[in-house]
Design a protein around this ligand. Structure first.
Ligand SMILES: Cc1cc2nc3c(=O)[nH]c(=O)nc-3n(C[C@H](O)[C@H](O)[C@H](O)COP(=O)(O)OP(=O)(O)OC[C@H]3O[C@@H](n4cnc5c(N)ncnc54)[C@H](O)[C@@H]3O)c2cc1C
Length: 431
């Protein structure tokens, strides 16, 4: 063959095929006019926008967001302990504009997979050759009687970074000495499996200095949780967990932790065996794919099924679903997972435009939790596609959790890693 590198040859070959094809097949378009419309400017959407432009600057990429900036959920538990401000979690889209990504700040309300058009609340209609949907989660408001969207405005779930995070922080600061915060942890699957337990740790970290007799009670709809051994060991070291005097108590489903109803006027929660009362109530509701995924008919059993080789919807070809809204088992619903999936989808879309099969991919997840000032733990995994079962399986020995009984130095370093992970992830998705 000539000196043309294989990748360029394939692109040229794909382009030539398309050029010939446009005469007889109007569905096939020239590279310069290919359009990708992305719904959701969080981790999955922003990463995909940036990487599409990096992979092929000729693609016209439009990102539809519902706000002029993104507020991160990850590290938002540090706002609750007072370790950081909400402003430090807010990022504009100027970085993506520098790559040539177009921005529409107007929520998407409908996607027509037949006409290949996305429509926004303000009436803008954007046609696409490929559409990416990464809207995050929505909440199942009927899962706990008495708790709904209106009540969440003053008893915040704070499961999105933003005003509710700040409100919950104020309630924690204003809680009477010796009071109790109740965290209601949702059933699986939900975004950020270690999140509720990191939240309890961060609140305890604040109370240790400002409200030393306060308690944090976690009522859980599950019998086990992510990195449980590490959390429990850390809580024992930091917050007297397992003693009469523990600052944190966890009640799993078998112990009667599943909450069925709330009386918002008294702060009383009905669980299966007994009632609990809190001075601050933080219910994290059960979850499902974001609203637009339902409106676009992308959902089966609460989540969006996808071909995990490409993240293309199993229900509507040409639409790719990323991040928390997908059923990406066995990857967890995390920021790192959404970032990794976005790159897989961007490569698959470019391959499709070039008339190629997508390459095999590996998929990565890492998640840190900060339990105390100098106490971090983590989980990591690298996944491969078991194509026969459309399942992402962890490569044996590729990851795991940080060791039990680690040195104080390792725990301290994991906090530093967590903070640099955050900076690197934000840079990778939108700078
Ligand atoms: C307390 C907490 C701590 C966390 N900590 C970590 C951590 O340490 N590590 C980690 O890896 N992950 C963490 N996560 C999880 C992480 O935040 C999510 O998994 C990640 O953000 C998922 O990315 P996504 O693109 O699917 O959704 P998101 O990042 O939530 O982005 C979705 C975006 O789409 C927007 N949107 C929705 N519908 C529309 C529409 N119709 N039109 C336009 N825009 C729309 C939303 O407003 C949002 O901005 C944490 C989560 C929480 C709640």
């Amino acid at each position: 063959m000539s000196g043309i590198p294989r990748r360029d040859f394939l692109r040229i070959a794909g382009g030539a095929a398309l050029l010939g094809g446009t005469l007889g097949f109007p569905g096939l378009l020239l590279a310069a006019s290919r359009k990708v419309v992305i719904v959701g400017g969080g981790v999955g959407g922003s990463t995909a926008a940036k990487y599409l432009k990096k992979l092929d600057p000729r693609i016209e990429v439009t990102l539809i967001t519902d706000a002029p900036h993104y507020t991160s959920c990850f590290l938002s538990n540090e706002v609750l302990s007072g370790e950081r401000t909400i402003d430090s979690l807010m990022f504009g889209y100027q970085g993506l504009a520098r790559y040539g990504v177009g921005l529409v700040v107007d929520p998407a309300v409908a996607i027509d997979p037949a006409q290949r058009v996305v429509q926004t609340a303000g009436g803008t209609r954007l046609d696409y050759d490929a559409c990416i949907v990464s809207p995050g989660v929505d909440f199942k408001w009927d899962s706990i009687e008495g708790y709904d969207e209106a009540i969440a405005e003053y008893l915040p779930h704070a499961w999105y970074g933003g005003p509710q995070t700040v409100l919950l922080r104020r309630q924690i600061e204003a809680m009477p000495q010796g009071g109790t915060v109740v965290i209601v942890s949702p059933p699986n699957p939900f975004k950020c499996p270690p999140g509720p337990y990191e939240r309890a740790s961060q609140i305890a970290m604040y109370f240790r200095h400002h409200n030393p007799r306060a308690k944090i009670l976690i009522l859980d709809a599950k019998d086990a949780f992510s990195k449980q051994d590490l959390f429990e060991q850390g809580w024992a070291q930091l917050y007297r967990y397992g003693t009469e005097d523990s600052m944190i108590e966890w009640v799993g489903a078998a112990g009667g932790g599943t909450v069925t109803s709330l009386d918002p006027s008294t702060g009383t929660l009905d669980a299966e065996v007994e009632e609990f009362r809190g001075d601050v109530i933080n219910i994290i509701p059960a979850q499902k794919a974001g609203k637009i995924a339902f409106a676009a008919d992308l959902v089966e059993d609460d989540w969006c099924p996808v071909d995990k080789r490409t993240f293309e919807s199993s229900r509507h070809p040409g639409i790719y679903v990323l991040g928390d809204a997908t059923n990406a088992s066995k990857m967890p619903k995390s920021a790192y997972a959404a970032n990794s999936q976005a790159k897989v989808a961007a490569l698959a879309i470019v391959a499709r435009f070039d008339g190629r099969e997508p390459d095999d991919a590996t998929y990565v997840n890492t998640c840190y939790s900060i339990l105390g000032e100098d106490f971090g733990i983590s989980v990591a995994g690298i996944y491969y596609l078991d194509a026969a079962n459309n399942m992402l399986e962890e490569i044996p020995g590729s990851g795991g959790v940080s060791p039990l009984d680690a040195s104080a130095e390792l725990r301290r370093r994991e906090v530093t890693y967590a903070h640099s992970w955050f900076k690197n992830l934000i840079d990778d998705m939108m700078q």
